[in-house]
Design a protein around this ligand. Structure first.
Ligand code: ADP
Ligand code: ZN
Length: 738
């Protein structure tokens, strides 16, 4: 009897064993098979085509047969199957969960009907054709590849006419699959300056020489390309990618959300044309799967995509680039909870490819790997054409409040700077990492705020359009009309406190009514293509002041921006997250890097309540080395990553007590194995977001040097308490711990 192991996309399930009936061919590894599972019939992926079964003869009969073999060649390439299985093991999720991330959504391809002349139609001379039929033959003689039926219809030839020609044997119909080109649909359209003929800067040339030499060895290595904002990293990526393609190998480029940073994707598209596939969340399922099949067929040599593109079915991989490697969007915050950057490094190792991690503000993890020699660091510390970095100054908002009261949004210095830019016809970017109009509704009588019934946060007031006078939860989207009286004490004195981007934009319009002000945040980019529209207007100079959340800090290259204002640099610092200082440093450095990318000098003004906090001081001097040293000291003292490994377990329950009780049970099991596994168990405690989307959450942290030991202990604890399995989320190397 022949047996295969199959991974099915069902949460928490291990691979299952099936037997292959003699009537079916043996499916290869990575192929899709249809299998029975309980009462259902589902599609799975073969992970082992020669499974060995260790049960006695009588039990063999209980192994079910596969129902159908869908592919006679591997659907997923072997290395992608290996990568998904690695993800399943490392992140402690099911093999099927991990493989599901590697498989495109199965949607039928769109096809289109074409009409072409037959040989008989081409030679047709007789006078028997009249009117539309004659016209159709004449049109089609000029189109040897045929024409789309809708196009002929548009030219006055009805489908009926074509049908009659087909009946006379003069014309044939043929179906062709259409592949949607995401560029053609306008999803990614920011133009880039063509780099042909450009001379590299000294730093670019040196970086390219080292990376090119590493690529030529055909062996795995990881480089950290640490280049300040505007140092021209993209150009290095492009030239390196060209070298690797000349060696007959393919290139994978991972980028943060493409809708916000279309520049890198378009640069690749411009350089390598339709050998490039672009994969991101803005594509429809159909567009995505068209591209997936093109990659699978080997028609593509460069894939640019967001985190899930790390599973792209490229073969002969020579180079993996992770741009803005510090970006938190590389971490998936749902099962499988993988980190795209880390999986990229593993893929590079499996396939002996060169891995390049690029950033102006590398993560603590990658910086530490460079410091210990695991990665090779290449530094580019000058901007191209010797443009200076923006000068950064800090405004202490405590002094501003003391003088002008607590409602100040724009400090005197920032106001002056904006006025200057408006007078000079230059652009400004204003950052505040909070959306909405007011961030809390506060009752002056009882002191309460209006909170979300589902989540432990206060509701945010919005004012535009249908959102007018609505308070909304930014986690679960619950919304209510702002009440006239306090729901708790019926007091009539409700006050709006705090402010977000919407309020800042309104304030700017109020001060400078003639200024063209726009806003870029999750509220304004709901519509597909809206972000691209705003970015395009900005690039075209149709906006004077752009207000936004961290979306405006991403790698945009706006040459006419000479001022960056940060309204409140400390938004992140109050959070109970050990990465808060790192986030603040990265955000401030990145946003300051948006100023002065053209010929004019750039300036950044940072408003804060903590001017002496090291993340703010070092960001002002854009001094990554100093920040890294201070932050590493903090992480060492607190035993946080990257100096130790962390696992975050969140136990959910329908009430706070139930969640804590279950978490306590789990913690007992974990403590029993902690000594042997050399790790610490912290908690349980209510999570910082103790309630989220109606579920109560308790948290347990495991800390230690032995990641494998911690993972085994978690799996053993859950095996001992199978009822808890569905209520616990396991996050290995968590990025967000709220
Ligand atoms: P980074 O990603 O490092 O912040 P970019 O790759 O966006 O920097 O480059 C900054 C700007 O400099 C872009 O407008 C880019 O087109 C331009 N640029 C890059 N390399 C060169 C070069 N060698 N000569 C002239 N301009 C360059
Ligand atoms: Zn909520």
């Amino acid at each position: 009897m022949r047996f295969v192991s199959v991974a099915v996309p069902v949460p928490f399930l291990d691979v299952l064993t099936y037997h292959v009936p003699d009537s079916l061919p043996l499916p290869p590894r990575g192929s899709r098979v249809v299998v029975p599972l309980g009462k259902r019939i589902i599609t799975g992926i073969v992970v082992d085509p020669n499974a060995v079964v260790n049960v006695d003869e009588t039990a063999l009969d209980t192994i079910k047969p596969i129902a159908e073999v869908l592919d006679d060649e591997p659907f997923l390439p072997g290395p992608v199957v290996d990568l998904a299985l690695w993800v399943a093991e490392y992140y402690a999720c099911g093999a099927g969960d991990a493989l599901a991330a590697a498989v495109p959504s199965t949607q039928a391809h769109k096809t289109i009907r074409l009409a072409t002349l037959t040989a008989q139609g081409h030679d047709w001379q007789g006078p028997a054709l009249r009117g539309r039929q004659k016209e159709a033959v004449e049109i089609l003689r000029g189109a040897p590849d045929g024409l789309r039926v809708p196009e002929l219809n548009a030219r006055g030839i009805s489908t009926d006419v074509l049908q009659r020609l087909a009946e006379r044997g003069l014309l044939a119909f043929r179906h062709e699959r259409i592949e949607r080109d995401p560029f053609a649909t306008g999803a990614v359209t920011t133009p880039v300056n063509s780099s042909i003929g450009r001379t590299l800067t000294g730093e670019q040339a040196r970086a390219l020489a080292s990376l090119g030499a590493a690529a030529a060895t055909g062996r795995f290595a990881v480089f950290l390309l640490q280049g300040v904002t505007g140092s021209g990293k993209t150009e290095v990526y492009l030239r390196l990618s060209a070298l690797v393609q000349q060696q007959g190998k393919s290139v994978l480029v991972l980028v943060p959300e493409i809708a916000l940073t279309p520049a890198v994707a378009s640069a690749f598209r411009e350089a390598f044309g339709d050998r490039v596939a672009v994969q991101h969340s803005g594509l429809s399922d159909g567009e995505r799967s068209d591209q997936w099949y093109r990659i699978r067929r080997g028609e593509i040599s460069v894939v640019v995509g967001t985190r899930s593109a790390v599973f792209a079915p490229l073969t002969h991989l020579g180079l993996i680039i992770v741009d803005e490697e510090h970006d938190t969007s590389f971490k998936q915050e749902e099962t499988p909870r993988y980190h795209g950057r880390d999986v990229a490094v593993v893929r590079g190792k499996h396939e002996q490819a060169l891995v390049v991690l690029g950033s102006a503000t590398p993560s603590l993890e990658s910086s530490q790997n460079a410091a210990t020699g695991k990665y090779t660091r290449i530094v580019m510390e000058k901007r191209v054409q010797d443009r200076p970095l923006a000068s950064v100054s800090v405004v202490d908002m405590r002094l501003e409040y003391a003088e002008y009261g607590p409602d100040v949004i724009l400090s005197g210095r920032l106001k002056n700077a904006i006025t200057h830019r408006l007078d000079a016809g230059q652009q400004s970017l204003i950052l505040l990492n909070r959306r909405g109009l007011a961030t809390a509704v506060f009752c002056r009588q009882c002191g309460g705020t209006i909170e979300c019934p589902n989540c432990s946060v206060s509701l945010i007031v919005h004012s535009e359009g249908r959102e007018r006078h609505r308070a909304r939860c930014h986690y679960c989207n619950y919304g209510v009309l702002v009440p006239k009286a306090c729901p708790a004490c019926k007091g009539p004195y409700l006050e709006r406190r705090g402010f977000g981007t919407e309020k800042v934009a309104a304030e700017i319009v109020a001060i400078w009514p003639a200024a063209r002000v726009a806003r870029l945040d999750r509220d304004t980019v709901r519509r597909k293509g809206a972000a691209a529209d705003i970015l395009r207007s900005m690039a075209a100079g149709a906006i004077d002041v752009l207000v936004g959340t961290q979306m405006i800090a991403k790698g945009h290259d706006f040459p006419c921006v000479t001022l960056v204002g940060v309204i409140s640099a400390d938004v992140g610092l109050g959070l109970a997250d050990f990465r808060a200082a790192e986030r603040t440093f990265q955000l401030l450095t990145q946003v300051a890097g948006r100023a002065g990318r053209g010929t004019e000098l750039g300036e950044a003004i940072v408003q804060t309540l903590y001017p002496n906090h090291y993340s703010i001081r070092h960001a002002c001097r854009q001094d990554h080395a100093a920040f890294f040293a201070d932050e590493l000291g903090f992480r060492r003292a607190m035993r946080y990553p990257p100096l130790t490994a962390l696992v975050n377990l969140v136990v959910k329950g329908s009430d706070a007590r139930a969640a804590m009780t279950d978490a306590t049970t789990l913690a007992h099991h974990l403590r029993d194995s902690a000594d042997a596994g050399r790790f610490k168990v912290l908690g349980p405690a209510p999570a910082p977001m103790a309630k989220l989307r109606g579920e109560y959450r308790a948290q347990i942290f495991l800390k230690g040097g032995n990641r494998a030991g911690m993972r085994e202990a978690v799996l053993a604890a859950l095996a001992a308490e199978p009822d808890l399995r569905r209520r616990v989320s396991i996050d290995i190397d968590p990025v967000s711990i709220l």
